[in-house]
Design a protein around this ligand. Sequence first.
Ligand SMILES: [Zn+2]
Length: 449
Amino acid sequence: MLKNILIFFLLTSTILYGRLDLDFSVHKLGNGKGNTLLIIGGIQGDEPGGFTAASLIATKYKITNGNVWVVPNLAFESIIKRSRGVYGDLNRKFANLKKSDPDYETIQRIKKLIINDEVDVIVNLHDGSGFYRKKYVNKMKNPNRWGQCSIIDQEKMDGVKFGNLQEISEKVVENVNKYSINKEYNYLVNNTKTGEGNQEMAKTLTWYAVKNNKPAFGNEASKSFRTHTRAFYHLLAVEGFMKYLDIEFERDFKLTPRQVRAEINNDVKVAMNEKIVLDVVGSRNWINYLPLQKGSKVKASSTNPLTAVVSNGKNYRIHYGNRRMSYIAPQYFDYDTSIKSFDFMVDGQKKTVDFGSHVNVYNNFMVEPKKGYRVNVIGFSKRNIKNESGIKVTKRDVVKRFSVDKKGTTYRVEVYKEKENKFAGMVLVKFQDRKTYASSSIPSSIKNN
Ligand SMILES: [Zn+2]
């Protein structure tokens, strides 16, 4: 089983003259032995099935034998801006490219990774229109459509390990079709015969790889599906590659479209300045008066590589792939760095909670008073009380419209250095609803209530 530990990736999200300074990330999973599969997602910014699948591999899979390298966000700025390619189609820039092209550095970096000695096989994930068929069926199902196929540039590469492209592609298709939710959606192998004069395909990533003796495949899920179903098909294909390459993996969810959707929306968090944490999915459209640091840029990190915190005039906006999530309206403070955590009584049990994390509450919580620090429970107010430590708070004591989430279960607890009014840190308190209450382990202290 995978342990439920959240790993935060550092994000850079400065804006320079309207251009987002967002570099793609590389996630290396595995034990350093055996074969290495390189998975690329987001070469085009408007194909969320592919980059979402890649992000799930990077965050929710454990590779127990062999290696998987993942680039989930190749055209990161295009992903955030919901554009096929802000500076043109990135997948047509692998043959010739001027040094002045804004994508030049990105192309050099990914080329270097593709030809890395350790990489054995490459798969580039795309979302294509309709359904690829060998013969014309109708407008959406014909040889010119790209959806639901495994793409090779040629049948084989002589003298290259894993150069039996056709055979591997067939195995991948077999794995997809074995678990396909409907026969109509089954995959086929699609050989673009790039070397026989296909000029468009000759500019692509996979052809660059093949020409450099690296076996490479395209994988296409249909744009006729919603994102999670596309991601589901991509994951089936990726697992087909892993099986062929003897790469062993674990995932702690069932591979169904429904479960994939749950994983996409589960536990995506953004941390800011190591003091603040927010849920990316389910938060309100506006989060107001968030204490950001006076005179300094937001240092953001996230549990998901498709997330970015982007400045938007006076405010910030949280992005998650093609999805535009919450706006943040900041209030600026000097920061206090004297403490990194705070003591709570949670359902009668003492807990030290790190700033920038959350705590689950079943009945009530109380922030332990600490000399020199003032506590503000956002949404709680009692007349004439400025410091809200030392008070037992239940869900009924907080005003729902102050919650950070739309459901009204999650509230901000902010700590300030009293004298200088400096912001010390924030903790999210999550009141568990009845459903969660029933399914999670209830602390023994309240079990008997
Ligand atoms: Zn594409």
